[in-house]
Design a protein around this ligand. Structure first.
Ligand code: DAH
Length: 349
């Protein structure tokens, strides 16, 4: 290359370089433009490499011109790079833009299970009367589930027909929450005022009114001077809190081994007020079993039955939930059908 050609190239390269740089529309394109105008294989570099072969006069003049061109291209590159960086940043920000005026996405919160709602409500009525909540194991032993509750070995409630046994001898799934009465009296001295909500198990042929896994809320009060009148007053207070202030309570004699006397308790229907309707049939809704704690049961727990008396009751949670919410088939509580469960959304919280 002779000096004349070198000069021509330098002139051309200024124009070509500046336009390449101006056209680069991203950092990558600009990088490519830089290689094209100042890189080792660029015409500009070829001129630089030829400078050594020129005479001193040309070398000086063209050398200065080459330096000047390199600085100009470099400055154009720097300027373009700043510009692109700003534009890219703006594009990223634009992509991240949040429109705070858009309506929010609704969270599907789910809801408490209807049985939980009813159980909470019943337990709440008793805790407001001063009762504490107790729990017991769902796998019970023979003593707490039967023997201490005055259910002797030959009692029909103990046969294989009613109970679900586990493989460890002497243990079974508790058939009623009454077992928690025993655990509480064994571990605490009177006065005792407790409710024990929980799951219970029986070998049942499942139908519209029977499940083999169900729930009860047990109650127990043991103190000096407790009478049947206290039981009646307590259950009346409970029934009215649950079903309305005008409810009447009916107590019919019934037999449970762990109480004496024992009774079946019904409340006048909240729908028809006792005249008879589709909810109740004959005007009364059977709610629970109850009675005065049998002296033998107190003694089984080391409590002096001469000094202390008590009452106990056991309420079926499914039954209350059914009449409460007009559910005609108990199996609906365990089928997990969202259309059924959704109806309780927002209730009980
Ligand atoms: N445990 C009884 C049942 O499952 C219900 C019951 C009746 C509980 C009388 C009691 C009671 O505490 O005194 O059928």
């Amino acid at each position: 290359m002779d000096p004349q050609e070198a000069r021509r190239i330098l002139e051309e390269e200024r124009e070509r370089g500046l336009s390449m740089i101006a056209r680069a529309d991203s950092s990558e394109a600009l990088e490519a433009a830089k290689v094209g105008v100042l890189g080792r294989k660029s015409p500009f570099s070829q001129v630089q490499r030829s400078l050594g072969s020129f005479g001193p006069e040309d070398r000086k003049r063209l050398g200065m011109a080459a330096n000047e061109l390199r600085d100009a291209l470099q400055a154009a590159l720097d300027e373009r790079r700043r510009l692109l960086a700003g534009a890219e940043e703006a594009r990223l920000l634009e992509g991240d833009r949040i429109d705070v005026t858009l309506p929010g996405r609704r969270l599907r919160t789910g809801s408490l299970h209807p049985l939980t709602i009813v159980e909470d409500e019943m337990v709440g009525i008793f805790t407001r009367m001063g009762y504490r909540v107790e729990e017991g194991p769902e796998i019970e032993d023979d003593w707490h589930n039967f023997e201490a509750l005055n259910i002797p070995r030959d009692h029909p409630a103990r046969t294989m027909k009613d109970s679900l046994y586990v493989e460890i001898p002497g243990l079974l799934l508790r058939t009623e929450t009454s077992a928690v009465q025993i655990r509480t009296m064994e571990s605490q001295d009177p006065p005792v005022y407790i409710v024990a909500p929980g799951r219970t198990y029986r070998r049942e042929a499942v139908d519209a009114t029977h499940l083999s896994v169900f729930h009860q809320v047990e109650g127990l009060a043991v103190d000096e001077g407790i009478s049947f009148a206290d039981l009646k007053g307590t259950l009346e207070t409970f029934a009215r809190a649950l079903f309305g202030p005008d409810r009447k309570v009916r107590m019919n004699p019934d037999y449970f081994p762990f109480v004496e006397p024992g009774c079946q308790v019904a409340v006048s229907c909240f729908k028809c007020d006792g005249t008879g309707c589709a909810v109740c049939g004959n005007g009364w809704i059977e709610l629970l079993g109850a009675g005065m704690v049998h002296p033998k049961v107190l003694e089984n727990c080391g409590i002096d039955a001469e000094r202390y008396t008590g009452f106990a009751f056991g309420i079926g949670v499914e039954r209350v939930a059914m009449v409460r919410h007009g559910v005609s088939d108990m199996r609906m509580f365990v089928e997990g059908d969202v259309r059924f469960l959704q109806q309780f959304q927002g209730a009980g919280v």
